[in-house]
Ligand binder design. Structure first.
Ligand SMILES: *[C@@H]1O[C@H](CO)[C@@H](O)[C@H](O)[C@H]1NC(C)=O
Ligand SMILES: *[C@@H]1O[C@H](CO)[C@@H](O)[C@H](O)[C@H]1NC(C)=O
Length: 435
């Protein structure tokens, strides 16, 4: 009985104490938000700017979409400012010095990312809670995933470094109304989660003041965070560069096959197919742009061109080989260009005195009457003459064919040298020092 009474009194005492001294956060919130107007800047003196500090934490690089030139990133955004209408004396309110208010209920600076892509419609800011201190300081933090424009420079793919600037600022307040200040010297990467494809080189920060054409004389503040990323090339080295180097070496070795063998043609065609396929694979990783062409694509195209020319040459050689009867002589300009010897015209006339001799004999026989023995002899002579002409034509054809073959061989060597030079130059510029 006594214990019960004591307990009841204790309860009564506790509840009385609560009523007398206890101030809940709800009461503070009610007090703060009663009559609070969230439009209009929270300064008692309208000539004063609201000083807003912005801190951007880079959390994760989700992906870089090359075709759309879009960088998808996860950020935590921290904004701090002073609200003159959200102050109270903690001593009067049960020593409560901090409360959380829904950020949608109070004034917000509404900073935007200028290069954000609003593919998902107009992206509202998240309504996370804001932390409000009794002196009026408001800290508002929220996580956000942003699709941001990032113009890619793929000239050195797959050894490329990309710089993606992200501009943050107020859409409507100039710097006289809203002053942007930085919270740290550079962007914050304390919580950054590494990405498999891209290595983060730096996350720099730059404060700018620009004048827009709408309002001359009025500066606007913005903060530009620059993300510098370097592609990790291992994947591409294994899957693109190694096969393409192998193909290039095969192309070089293909020149050792004699151009008049059919094998060379099939090798060339297989190489063409493989190169085209690899080039298509590379294209899938690149934006559809013509402003700069990656060197690896130049490499493929140069390879394809050389293998193509080599195939044409092979086809030409094969046609010379199998159709040597009606060959025209090698034109003189080609002869000069490739330094073929000019001796051919004299050898062609070796038969000429021979023919004349036969003609002389003919004349002699003609003057010595139409004796039947003479007639037989004349017929034999005629046959020998025809044989001689035939042989002459044959040697001539063989000579022309040989000359064409030498010419093709020389062109082939020139192509090989051009190919090796092109290969060395392109490889040097792909692997060479950064611009
Ligand atoms: C508030 O804090 C002061 C000093 O720390 C203390 O004297 C006072 O009793 C506290 N008031 C309440 C209601 O806790
Ligand atoms: C803001 O940035 C400037 C340079 O951009 C730097 O000198 C300054 O220390 C930064 N402020 C803070 C609070 O880190």
């Amino acid at each position: 009985m006594i214990a019960k009474t004591v307990f009841a009194f204790a309860l009564l005492y506790l509840s009385c104490f609560q009523i007398v001294t206890g101030v809940t956060e709800r009461e503070v919130a009610n007090m703060l938000l009663a009559g609070y107007q969230k439009e209009g800047r929270p300064v008692r003196d309208p000539t004063q700017a609201v000083v807003t500090s912005l801190d951007v934490l880079l959390i994760q690089i989700i992906k870089l979409i090359p075709q759309r030139q879009v960088l998808v990133i996860n950020f935590w955004i921290v904004q701090r400012w002073r609200d003159d209408f959200l102050t109270w004396d903690p001593a009067e309110y049960g020593n409560i010095s901090t409360i959380r208010l829904g950020s949608e209920n109070i004034w917000r600076p509404r900073l935007v990312n200028y290069n954000r892509q609003h593919a998902e419609g107009w992206s509202e800011l998240p309504d996370t809670n804001a932390i409000v201190r009794s002196d009026g300081e408001v800290i508002w933090t929220y996580p956000i995933t942003i699709h941001s424009t990032c113009v890619l420079d793929i000239a050195r793919f797959p050894f490329d470094v990309q710089k993606c600037p992200l501009k943050f600022g107020s859409w409507t307040y100039d710097s006289l109304d809203l002053k942007l200040v930085n919270h740290s010297k550079t962007g914050n990467i304390d919580y950054f989660a590494a990405n498999g494809e891209w290595e983060l080189l730096s996350f720099e920060l730059e404060l700018n003041q620009v004048e827009h054409s709408c309002c001359p004389g009025v500066p606007w503040d913005d903060m530009t965070y620059t993300i510098t990323l370097q592609r990790r090339p291992t994947f591409f080295l294994f899957n693109l560069v190694a096969p393409s180097v192998t193909l290039a070496l095969l192309t070089v070795w293909g020149f050792w096959l004699p151009p008049d063998s059919g094998e060379r043609l099939s090798l060339c065609l297989s190489l063409l197919l493989a190169l085209t396929f690899l080039q298509q694979t590379v294209t899938a990783y690149l934006p559809d742009t013509a402003t700069n062409i990656p060197l690896i694509n130049v490499f493929f195209v140069a390879n394809i061109l050389l293998v193509g020319v080599s195939s044409i040459l092979t086809i030409f050689t094969l046609s010379i080989h199998f159709n040597s009867v009606n060959l025209p002589p090698v034109p003189n300009w080609l002869r000069c260009l490739f330094c073929l010897e000019q001796s051919d015209s004299s050898t062609c006339r070796v038969n000429a005195p021979h023919v004349n001799e036969v003609d002389d004999a003919d004349a002699f026989f003609a003057t010595n009457g139409a004796n039947p023995t003479w007639r037989l002899v004349r017929r034999v002579k005629k046959f020998i003459r025809q044989l001689n002409e035939e042989r002459g034509r044959k040697t001539h054809n063989l000579k022309t064919e040989r000359e064409w073959k030498i010419l093709v061989g020389k062109i082939d060597r020139c192509l090989l040298i051009a190919f090796i030079i092109a290969l060395v130059v392109i490889t040097a510029s792909v692997l060479g020092p950064n611009k």
